[in-house]
Design a protein. Sequence first.
Length: 161
Amino acid sequence: MTGNGGEAAHATADREIVISRVIGAPRDLVFEAFTQVRHLSRWWGPEGFTTTTRSFQFRIGGVWDFVMHGPDGTDYQEWITWREIVPPERIALLHGEFRDDPNAFESVLTFEPAGEQTRIVLHTVFPTKELRDEAVEKYHAIEGGEQTLRNLAAYVEGTVR
């Protein structure tokens, strides 16, 4: 028996990336690491990347305009608009290279308590299968996402507390 939720999930399956990790810190601390640029700049991005923020407003409709600097010297222009913020449970965002990027993708982060730890799930849906495949093959989105969550874990487990 399949309801609308099952059909909707199936309709986007070929455009999705889902990455999760259990982090050894309470949910409030893990959530906080996403809410302040002083935290984000210390862990955001895959291994070897650094981040320079041009502007940051963590509120619904607010923007994080930043540049990710790759270890090879390549700069990646990034633009995130916060669409939903439910402390400390959920953040929804639209992520592209610039405002109104037609290839921007939607991500939802959920923060689930797991005793003294937190399970974070990053669920991303791209506009097309081709854009998802390009992100995976050209930009190594799955490995990069896993590395980013590993950086987050190392940061909150060792620094925030």
